[in-house]
Design a protein around this ligand. Structure first.
Ligand SMILES: C[S@@+](CC[C@H](N)C(=O)[O-])C[C@H]1O[C@@H](n2cnc3c(N)ncnc32)[C@H](O)[C@@H]1O
Length: 266
């Protein structure tokens, strides 16, 4: 792709406008995106507010710290976050690595608008993670995916040999207290158990499996945002749930349980 101030042009001559909010929309070009469900403005607002409280910082730090620092002195490493939401994980990784630039990819326009503002070295693209990624082969140094869809074959294609994928996914016990009290969606075990076989098949090797577990002390607004920033938002009456949560005046303990996988492209 080449870029001027207002558009990007691909090798085949297709031109994509850069929106005034600073993102580029490639979803029409690369997917059947209209049939997929991405986060809406309320969900993104809840996510940004919740992450800003620092309650998920142990997860953000665990992901960002698993990208090795550059020891070659080369400038211009590229990190990509898929299903980036507000791109908080990518921003933390860029804060730790002055040499790197980031691309945040998400199918949601409201999320991508936030992602475009998340870090001075981040570019944000609306695109479908299940479609071919708008990235050349062997060009990416690290891919981050937190609580979002991932297509290992595409990730392996764009990573450089030796490049890293850091994957964070909720374990079945994640926020169990809220799941019980508010009858929330369960965690599909396929989210967490199906990494190793496809990884082998696409030429990636698992170099670390870890778990981040900690207890959060959450105010009612944080509880409501935590529930309504994810897929539960599609299955509940949002106003009724927020009202019910806010009736509980005191803070409460909620446990986080997140699996981490670090894979390297061979
Ligand atoms: C649970 S949120 C996680 C966001 C972010 N990674 C975080 O943890 O803060 C899942 C994100 O994946 C995005 N998403 C869902 N389906 C997608 C797809 N097919 N391609 C790209 N993004 C997608 C949603 O819009 C949403 O922003």
């Amino acid at each position: 792709m080449t870029a001027d101030q207002r558009s990007l042009t691909c090798e085949s001559g297709h031109c994509f406008d850069i929106a005034k909010q600073g993102y580029v929309n490639l979803a029409v070009a690369n997917s059947k995106a209209s049939s997929l469900r991405s986060d809406d403005l309320d969900m993104v607002t809840s996510r940004q507010r919740f992450l800003a409280t620092g309650a998920f910082d142990p997860i953000v730090d665990a992901v960002a710290s698993r990208i090795p620092r550059d020891r070659t002195g080369n400038n211009g490493r590229l990190f990509v976050e898929l299903g980036a939401g507000t791109a908080a994980y990518l921003a933390a990784a860029l804060d730790r690595n002055d040499d790197a630039h980031g691309i945040a990819i998400d199918l949601s326009i409201p999320a991508t608008i936030r992602a475009a503002r998340s870090h001075v070295r981040t570019t944000a693209i609306v695109s479908d993670s299940w479609a071919p990624l708008p990235l050349a082969d062997d060009t990416v140094d690290a891919v981050l995916v937190a609580f979002a869809p991932r297509n290992l074959a595409e990730i392996a294609r764009v990573l450089r040999p030796g490049g890293r994928l850091v994957l964070a996914s909720a374990k079945p016990a994640h926020i169990q207290e809220l799941r019980d009290e508010y009858e929330l969606l369960g965690i599909a075990t396929k989210n967490t158990d199906r990494v190793s076989v496809p990884a082998e098949q696409v030429g990636m090797a698992i170099v670390e499996v870890a778990e981040v577990q900690f207890e959060m002390d959450l105010e009612p607004e944080q509880v409501a945002d935590l529930i309504l920033m994810g897929p539960n938002a599609w299955h509940v009456d949002r106003d009724a749930l927020r009202t019910r949560v806010m009736l509980q005046k005191a803070s409460r303990k909620v446990s986080a349980s997140v699996g981490l996988w670090v894979l390297e492209r061979r």
